[in-house]
Design a protein around this ligand. Structure first.
Ligand code: SAM
Ligand code: DTB
Ligand code: SF4
Length: 321
C-alpha cells in the first residue's frame, strides 16, 4: 500500500531510547497519542480481516524457540504434505464468504525450493482470481523468488524480525537477523507490500520491545503491515513456561507501533484467543486495525468467527473491504 501520491511510506528514524520513552509514558498519555495518530491516518472504526491457512505444516528444520512446527521440538503437531490447489481454493472461498479481505498462506519451511515456488504461484493466482488480496509467509527468499511471486499477483509477503537484534540469539540460532533483512529487501525490490512485525511475551525486556519497534519503524520505507504477535506458549517448545507478559505491556507495544508507523496497518495477531475482550478493545484503541479472522492460526487456535463478529459488533467496528 502506498500513500495517495503513490509513494511508499516515508520512514522517520526512531532511536531505541525514543521508542522506550513512548513505552514508559503514563498509559493514558500513550493511548491518547496513539489514538490521535490513528485517527489522522485511518478509518477510526475499521478493522481489516485476514484469514490464515497452513499450506505445509510441521517438520521445519529451523530452531525458532517459540514455534510448534520446528521438527526438533516435540509438540504434537503432525507433519503434513503440501495442501492441494483445490483444498487451498476451497478454504479461501469460505474465508471470503465469511468476510475476510485477505488470505495468507503459510509454510513451515526455512525457505521455498523452486518447485515449492511453482506450486505457490499457482495458489496465489487462484486466490487472487477470487478477488481476495493475497499474502504468503514462506521463510527466507532467494534472489528471484520474490519476483516470481510478484508476477503471480502476490500482494503481501510476511516475514517477521520477531524481536530486537540483541535478543534474537536467545530465540533463534539457525538463521540470522541479516538473513531476514535481506529477504525483506528482496520483497521490497519485487514491488510486493511488506508485512513485517514480531512477537512479544518471549521474556524480553521493555527495552527489547522498544528495539523491535525501532527496527521496524526504521525500515525505509516502513512496512505496510505490522503484525504484533503475543507469544502463544506451546508445550514442547523452549519458550513454554516463560513468565506471562502483563497485558498492558502488549497494549503499549501496539501503541508504539501505531505512533512510529502512522500509515501502517497494525495487526493484533497471534495470542488473541488467550486475551480478554477488554484487552483486545484496548489494542484497537491503541491503533490496531487488523486481525487474523478464522478459527485457526497456523497450528494453534484463534477466536471463533462468530465470537469475533460479536466482539466487533459490541465495539461498533466494521470490516474493511
Ligand atoms: N516458516 C516461515 C518463517 O518462519 O518465516 C513462515 C511461517 S512462521 C510460523 C511465521 C511467523 O509466525 C513467525 O515468524 C513468528 O513471528 C510467528 N509465530 C510462530 N509461532 C508463534 C507462536 N507460538 N506465537 C506467536 N507467534 C508465532
Ligand atoms: C504472523 O505474524 N503471525 C502469523 C502469521 N504471521 C503467519 C502466525 C502466527 C502463528 C501462531 C502459532 C501457530 O498457530 O502455529
Ligand atoms: Fe520453521 Fe517458521 Fe516455525 Fe521457524 S517460525 S520453526 S522457520 S515454521
Amino acid at each position: 500500500m502506498s500513500d495517495a501520491a503513490g509513494q511508499p511510506h516515508r520512514s522517520t528514524r526512531w532511536t531505541v531510547a525514543e521508542v522506550e520513552a513512548l513505552l514508559n509514558a503514563p498509559f493514558n498519555d500513550l493511548m491518547y497519542r496513539a489514538q490521535s495518530v490513528h485517527r489522522q491516518h485511518h478509518d477510526a472504526n475499521g478493522v481489516q480481516l485476514s484469514t490464515l491457512i497452513s499450506v505445509k505444516t510441521g517438520g521445519c528444520p529451523e530452531d525458532c524457540g517459540y514455534c510448534p512446527q520446528a521438527a526438533r521440538y516435540h509438540t504434537g503437531v503432525e507433519n503434513q504434505n503440501m495442501l492441494s490447489l483445490d483444498e487451498v481454493v476451497s478454504v479461501a472461498m469460505e474465508a471470503k464468504e465469511n468476510g475476510a479481505s485477505r488470505f495468507c498462506m503459510g509454510a513451515a519451511w526455512r525457505g521455498p525450493k523452486q518447485r515449492d515456488i511453482e506450486k505457490m504461484t499457482e495458489m496465489v493466482r487462484a486466490v487472487k482470481a477470487l478477488g481476495m488480496e493475497t499474502c504468503a509467509t514462506l521463510g527466507l527468499l532467494k534472489p528471484g523468488q520474490a519476483q516470481q511471486l510478484s508476477e503471480a499477483g502476490l500482494d503481501y509477503y510476511n516475514h517477521n524480525l520477531d524481536t530486537a537484534p540483541e535478543y534474537y540469539k536467545e530465540i533463534i540460532t539457525t538463521r540470522h537477523y541479516q538473513d531476514r533483512l535481506d529477504t525483506l529487501q528482496e520483497v521490497r525490490d519485487a514491488g510486493i507490500n511488506v508485512c513485517c512485525g514480531g512477537i512479544v511475551g518471549m521474556g524480553e525486556s521493555r527495552q527489547s520491545r522498544a528495539g523491535l519497534i525501532a527496527q521496524l519503524a526504521n525500515l525505509d520505507p516502513y512496512p505496510e503491515s505490522v503484525p504484533i504477535n503475543h507469544l502463544v506458549q506451546v508445550e514442547g517448545t523452549p519458550l513454554y513456561g516463560t513468565d506471562v507478559l502483563d497485558p498492558f505491556e502488549f497494549v503499549r507495544t501496539i501503541a508504539a507501533a501505531r505512533i512510529t508507523m502512522p500509515k501502517a496497518m497494525v495487526r493484533l495477531s497471534a495470542g488473541r484467543r488467550e486475551m480478554s475482550e477488554a484487552v483486545q478493545a484496548l489494542c484497537f484503541l491503541a491503533g490496531a486495525n487488523s486481525i487474523f479472522y478464522g478459527d485457526k492460526l497456523l497450528t494453534t487456535g484463534n477466536p471463533e468467527t462468530d465470537h469475533d463478529r460479536k466482539l466487533l459488533d459490541k465495539l461498533g467496528l466494521h470490516a474493511l473491504s
